[in-house]
Design a protein. Structure first.
Length: 592
């Protein structure tokens, strides 16, 4: 039984570490660079709805030249800086004021949106589609809009207008709040002699294939909630689903309200229609694989998330019609997403953060850490206090386990005596050993309980450290400047004294100061546990702290800090239990 228990403990430990090694980010191989797409719109995110299927059918985008440098409307908000191109009314330049590319404060600010025609075009468009059979001059990406004037800011909304010269005046009213939410009002005024029927739409276009981290721990690509269900799709998945289709549609769903968009690890662009309006939501891929080999040279690649109104707007002569939606473009701050979810009634907007299958654990863990950070002013201190709270929560279970382990350590002489007597008869030795356990009230499997508890805690904390922007560039003290990244120091270059970084050449040669401390605490904790009866097992177990130390060296420093704190608290708990067990053993005669 001892041997099985020990082998089980080893197997669990190795499985945990190797499993998380597989989850570590490994950049996916990037496809061959493709030319930037020149998709734009002439009245719709594709051709107008066909007469048979109505607004549920969207055709391929119509090509248009990339907008040249022209008049812009500046955006100046507390957390955003950018501009809207008046050529095509495209929200195509957005910089996040609060976030830098690296931990250096003088590094460049994060740029989220870029215009068509640049190296990485990523932009948002709004427009209208005409009803089947109607010929209406609609705005497209070459249309030059007129601004009401001034800079778009929380205190100064802006309205863009365009007169089609045939009795229709199109308007796009734009407001921005103090964070990352735009309110967009699309309206049409009809001064002509005949009614007109239109379908308003909005679209996010990313006209290049971004580099993704390539890990199962994180989703990057299309994301959204339609009819209360989260719908995610990777860039490669959209390409596969659109294969062979002329319209490039990878996913198409009718929904009332909801939201959809494109997510990166920390950033999100999302379209949020009127939550009471029925709409068609689509994820689309346009490129060679979807549109055929003939389009490979001209079309390039484009990933699009869009909404199209299901109910048309019929605008009578002398009347107007309007629809109001929202656009989120910024950092996935959990408290902010929760706020928008509550105030704008956006369903499951917090799921833009990939908390994963263990959402019911990972989000509460994050909320606890975030609250402790506001209390202590440092996420590292929050992790330490959080670990202490977890220890208190699981104290009864761990207490039972460690007491049983302490009793087993005290049984060492009796176990040795049994092996000396019955060593040649394994079956009898097993029977007598179990009888001894029963007589002394010892559960040999209890030592695995603390390790089993660690599995969901370890995974959930790793997820929180990895996916939440609040942890990005969060410093601790000393040499730890980013708890979401690995310890930057390395013992193999004498912690920076040598002008080399061997970990860049061979990952096993990366071993920072914090993992070394963690390894030392793991070794000390192991010394407090009862040694395996078998000498071979004992030697194998001696290498476990070393294995753990090297494995965890490439994990986020915050996770290693948690493990180290947990080791220290465990040793303190074990010392107290072992001391009390010894005192009890000296006062109470041993059972025969």
């Amino acid at each position: 039984m001892d041997q099985k228990r020990m082998l089980l403990a080893i197997a669990i430990s190795v499985a945990i570490i190797l499993g998380f090694q597989l989850l570590l980010p490994h950049p996916a191989p990037q496809p061959k660079p493709e030319p930037a797409v020149t998709h734009a719109v002439t009245g719709a995110p594709g051709t107008a709805p066909g007469p048979a299927t109505g607004p549920a059918t969207l055709g391929t985008g119509q090509p248009a030249p990339a907008p040249a440098a022209g008049p812009k409307v500046a955006i100046d908000a507390p957390r955003l800086l950018g501009s809207i191109s008046l050529t095509g009314a495209s929200l195509d330049h957005l910089v996040l004021r609060d976030y830098h590319e690296t931990i250096k404060r003088n590094s460049a600010l994060v740029t989220l949106l870029r215009p068509a025609g640049t190296a990485k075009p990523y932009y948002i468009q709004f427009g209208w589609s005409a009803a089947p059979g109607e010929t209406v001059k609609l705005p497209d990406s070459s249309t030059l809009w007129t601004s009401s004037g001034g800079t778009l800011s929380p205190s100064h909304p802006v309205t863009l207008t365009w007169d089609n010269g045939q009795g229709l005046v199109f308007s796009i009213g734009l407001k921005v709040d103090a964070d990352y939410m735009f309110t967009v009002t699309q309206s049409v005024r009809n001064s002509g002699a005949a009614p007109v029927t239109l379908y308003p739409w909005s679209r996010i276009s990313r006209d290049y294939t971004p580099q993704v981290l390539g890990t199962y721990l994180l989703h990057e690509g299309f994301t959204g909630v339609m009819d209360g269900t989260l719908k995610e799709m990777t860039y490669a998945g959209s390409k596969n689903h659109a294969k062979g289709k002329t319209d490039g549609v990878a996913l198409s769903l009718d929904t009332t309200g909801g939201w959809d968009g494109i997510t990166d690890k920390y950033w999100l662009t999302a379209l949020i229609p009127d939550q009471k309006a029925p709409v068609l939501a689509q994820y689309r891929y346009e490129g060679p694989a979807a549109n055929g080999a003939s389009g490979a040279g001209a079309k390039g690649v484009s990933y699009q998330a869009l909404f199209l109104a299901k109910n048309p707007q019929t605008v009578a002569p002398g009347a107007s019609a309007a629809t109001v939606g929202h656009v989120f473009a910024g950092a996935k701050v959990v408290a902010l997403l929760d706020h928008y979810q509550s105030t704008l009634h956006i369903p499951y907007f917090d799921k833009a953060v990939d908390f994963g299958w263990f959402y019911f654990i990972t989000k509460p863990f994050f909320l606890a850490l975030d609250w402790l950070n506001t209390l202590l002013g440092n996420f590292g201190l929050a992790i330490i206090l959080f670990t202490f709270c977890l220890k208190l929560l699981f104290f009864p279970l761990a207490n039972y386990s460690y007491r049983s382990m302490s009793k087993m350590k005290l049984l060492g002489p009796k176990m040795k005596a049994l092996r000396d007597v019955y060593g040649d008869d394994p079956q009898v030795l097993q029977r007598e050993t179990m009888a001894l356990y029963k007589a002394e009230g010892v559960n040999p499997a209890s030592g695995c309980l603390p390790m089993l508890i660690q599995i969901p805690i370890f995974f959930s904390l790793y997820k929180v450290l990895y996916v939440t922007i609040e942890m990005r560039h969060a410093p601790f003290y000393g040499w730890i400047h980013d708890l979401s990244a690995e310890d930057p120091t390395n013992v193999f270059n004498l912690f920076g004294l040598l002008p080399v970084h061997p970990g860049l050449l061979l990952p096993l040669l990366h071993l920072g100061a914090l993992p070394l401390i963690m390894g030392a605490t793991s070794w000390l904790q192991q010394k407090m546990n009862p040694p395996p009866p078998d000498p071979t097992q004992a030697k194998v177990m001696q290498f476990m702290p070393v294995l753990m130390m090297f494995m965890l060296a490439r994990f986020p420093a915050g996770l290693v800090l948690y493990w180290t704190t947990n080791n220290l608290l465990t040793m303190l708990q074990q010392w107290w239990i072992m001391r009390s067990t010894r005192l009890t053993a000296t006062r109470v005669p041993a059972r025969s």
